[in-house]
Structures are given as C-alpha cells and as structure tokens.
Design a binder for this molecule. Structure first.
Ligand code: FMN
Length: 373
C-alpha cells in the first residue's frame, strides 16, 4: 500500500506537506497549474499588493556558487561550481489585484484538492493601509483561496511601512495580523523576517493577533560580493546596490536555528519551515524540529522554474521514510513532527569534556600551538 503523505495544517487539507513558497515559481497562473500537475501539495502565490510596483533595472535574482577546489565564491557561471545561495532584490508581484483575482479563481477550480495560499502585503502607517490588508484578504478569500500568508518579511521593500520593516515591530505584526483576522474566515499564516534579535518576540505578536501559523524564514538581509577585478558589486545598477535577500543552501542552518527557537517557545502552535530545502533530508530537519509543512523557492527556481524533480524527490523521500520507520508504528507525518525539538538545549546543558583529559588552550596542536602563535 502506498504511504499516506497527506496532512492537515491549520485546518487546510494537503496531499503532501510540500509547498512552493511565495516567489517567482508562483508568479503566474501557468506556473501554478504546472506546479500542481507536478505534484506540489500547495503553493503560496507571489505576494499580492495594492500599490504600484516597479522593480530595479536588470536581473532581480542571481545565484552565488562555490568551487570545490578553491575558496572562490562568485556569481560568475563556471563549470563544476556548486550552488551556495540565491541573492535577490525582487519586490512583490508587479501584477495588480485585478489581474490576480480571476486567475486565483480559475486555479482553484482546476485544482480544488490542492492548497492555494494567497500571500498578501499592504502598508501599516495608517488606517487606510490597514484596510488594504482587509481588502486583499477578502478578495483572495472570495476566489476560493485556502489560506492567507501575510508577508511581514520582505527584506528589501522600497517603502518603510512594509515587509520586514513591519516584521521587525512586534506591535505592528500584532496589529496587522489582528486586522486581517477580523475579516478572514480562512486561516492566516504570518511570514516573519529572520532579521531581528529574537524572532520569538515577533512570533508572539503574530500569535496574540490571532495568527494560525508562523512561517519562517524569508530571505536573510545580505549584499552581493565585490568583484576584485572590476571593483563593482556582482549585481549593481549604475554601480549602485542595495541590500537584498539571501536564500538557498547557505541559509538552511540559519533558518533551522530560527525554527528551533520558535517551536520550543510555542510547542502547541503550527509552523511552516522555509530555507535551503532541495531534498527530503533537508525537509526532514524542519519536520523533526516541529514544522507541519515546508516551503521551497531557490531549488525550484533552478529546476524548470517550478521544481518538478524537486517535488518528485520530496514525495518519494517522505514515502520511503514512512515505510522505513513502519516498525515504530509511524504511518504519517504527524507521527514524527517535533521529535527532535527538545534536543536543542542551552550550551550550559551540554556535557563537558572530562577534566583529566581536558587540555583546552594548552594543546600543542593547531591554532593553540605556541610555536605558531
Ligand atoms: C527572487 C525571489 C523572490 C521572492 N519573492 C517573495 C515574495 O514576493 N514574497 C515572499 O513572502 N517571499 C519571497 N521570497 C522569499 C522566498 O519565498 C523564501 O522565503 C526564501 O527564498 C527562502 O527559501 P529558499 O531558501 O528555498 O529560497 C522571494 C525569494 C526569491 C529568491
């Protein structure tokens, strides 16, 4: 019998716990239809807003690669280099709400069994902006969307009252979430920024506002590297650059640390994990730390734009994992979500080396060798 990959997350039924995250893979109707055909359990649309969006000139995303036999890190295409990260300074969808609405309706009609989550964003500076959140929420819900994801996390907005600028302020996070919860009948997920001192603080704000789930991480604030020959940033317009967002393999361990903080602080709440996932083994980390779903962006962008091979490997990996652990009585995802959550402890709780054997600082080896220092 085939393994049961399905799960229910914040009341939304999913055929599998794998979603495409809000980003280029979900920026169009054709991409989303292809994604569902390919087997993704759900998608979160590219973030939809009400204000006009004009992106920077030139490429909005580039990929940083590392060499196996040298320390070179560069966006320059070269054979044999392995993916290190994605870097982007793309804004939210430059398509209007009116463009999106009929498409959301058609997608939902074509794939009623797949989860369609609308990512939305508005400002936060005044009551009109807060009403925009409600307008967006109701419009997307009206087209049959299964849930809403609040983008409180884009690290490179061109407005100070949006994105991670909201996500860095516990009170604003709480207010925006509450305003959307006041009108929405479908579940509301809050996507937080990793660029704060303690993400638990903003998560508490979102949960107090009534969020049904916390989503982490968006990309991490970062700069492209400077080319040592040209002295230009590897991405620039007229020699200028602004901070953008880092995604992909480089952020997997960083995002896991955020997730661990979150799931320990709120063990009974729902979490969707994002960051650096391209294999089931990566996703498993998020599940074992307490996430009920995971989302993928960079890996899917590099696999035919919507990740047909990625989702195939994720589904097969989950099926194999469930079958392999059948002797433990595991039959579905829920049986192992959070199983390693409590293995992350303060360093003071980690066993120390035996005092007799411990020669810390006196080892005549490596960087502590007095002959070499
Ligand atoms: C080009 C690009 C555009 C993105 N646009 C959005 C967006 O509109 N809304 C959003 O919430 N996240 C956006 N993201 C963030 C991704 O959804 C995701 O959180 C991040 O890339 C980390 O996942 P990854 O390591 O799988 O790439 C974008 C990421 C990239 C690379």
């Amino acid at each position: 019998m085939a393994a049961d990959l399905s799960t229910t997350f914040t009341g939304v039924r999913l055929r599998n716990p794998f979603l495409l995250s809000s980003a280029p893979p979900t920026e169009s109707e054709s991409n989303i239809l292809r994604a569902f055909d390919a087997g993704w359990g759900g998608v979160v649309t590219k973030t939809i807003g009400l204000h006009p969006v004009v992106n920077v000139l030139g490429p909005k995303t580039k990929f940083l690669r590392a060499d196996a036999d040298s320390a070179q890190l560069s966006m320059k295409k070269r054979p044999g280099a392995a993916l290190h990260s994605s870097w982007n300074w793309e804004l939210i969808s430059d398509k209007t709400l009116d463009w999106w609405l009929p498409r959301l309706g058609r997608i939902k009609q074509a794939f009623p069994q797949h989860a369609l989550v609308a990512s939305i964003m508005a400002g936060s500076g005044n009551d009109t902006e807060l009403r925009h959140w409600q307008e967006l929420a109701l419009a997307c819900e009206g087209q049959g969307c299964d849930a809403l994801e609040l983008n409180l996390s884009c690290p490179h907005m061109d407005r100070p009252d949006m994105g991670s600028n909201v996500g860095k302020d516990q009170e604003l996070v709480s207010i925006v979430t509450k305003v959307v919860k006041e009108v929405a009948r479908i579940p509301v997920w809050a996507k937080l920024t990793p660029s704060t001192t303690d993400i638990v603080v903003e998560a508490r704000g979102a949960l107090l506002g009534g969020a049904d789930a916390i989503v982490s991480s968006n990309t991490f604030m970062s700069l492209p590297l400077i080319d040592a020959e040209t002295l230009d940033f590897e991405v620039h317009v007229d020699g200028l650059v602004s901070t953008g967002g880092l995604g992909g393999p480089a952020i997997l361990p960083l995002s896991l640390a955020k997730i661990s903080q979150l799931t320990q602080a709120f063990p009974d709440k729902s979490f969707s994990g994002i960051g650096g996932i391209s294999t089931f083994e990566h996703a498993l980390n998020y599940f074992l730390l307490g996430c009920g779903t995971v989302q993928v962006c960079t890996a899917a962008m590099l696999d035919h734009a919507i990740g047909p091979n990625i989702i195939k490997a994720l589904n097969e990996g989950l099926a194999r994992f469930i079958e392999r652990h059948g002797d433990k009585g595991w039959t579905r995802l829920d049986d192992f979500v959070g199983l390693r959550r409590d293995r992350v402890v303060p360093q003071s709780k980690i066993r120390r080396a035996d005092e007799k054997e411990y020669r810390g600082g006196y080892e005549r080896e490596g960087y502590a060798d007095p002959a070499t220092t």
